[in-house]
Design a protein. Structure first.
Length: 154
């Protein structure tokens, strides 16, 4: 699927709003210019994207979204979101497993991801999907040093 598919763009907007709400208080003490640096670290460039996946209801209603990107030598799970009405139905796990499968089929040694303490349901999902903690990796070291990062060895 195309990264610019309107349904994917809409779901990423939902994710952005949710993350803004969760982390707003933590970010308010940032020094000037820090938010821009963080945004640059989080930016996903189109040429890095290997896959953009959507989970859909039979009628085409979008339930969830995830991207897989190449980050130097690594394969990174990015922008996983499941709409509230579809949570606890296995959508996040199915999207996560699909990304892992794509990476494995392409010869990846592992899939990595970055998350945070304000996303407890995501942390539970990642642990259940076989991801284990790793140190914070680039490009998040400077602007999000308290990130929680994980890998799933394939």
């Amino acid at each position: 699927m195309d990264v610019d598919d309107p349904r994917a763009v809409e779901l990423r907007g939902i994710l952005d709003s949710d993350l803004d709400r969760r982390y707003r208080d933590a970010d308010r003490h940032d020094p000037p210019g820090f938010a821009e640096k963080r945004a640059a670290a989080l930016r996903v460039h189109p040429e890095q994207i290997v896959a953009t996946l959507l989970a859909l209801e039979p009628d085409g209603t979008p339930l969830g979204h995830v991207m897989l990107r190449r980050l130097d030598a690594d394969w990174e799970l990015k922008r996983l979101v499941v709409v509230e009405a579809a949570r606890r139905r296995g959508v996040g796990r199915a999207l996560t497993d699909a990304v892992v499968g794509i990476a494995r089929d392409a010869g990846a040694d592992r899939v990595i991801l970055q998350s945070g303490r304000m996303q407890p349901e995501s942390l539970v999902l990642y642990a259940a999907a076989g991801f284990t903690p790793i140190p914070v990796y680039e490009p998040y070291v400077e602007t999000m040093p308290r990130s929680l990062c994980f890998e799933r060895v394939l």
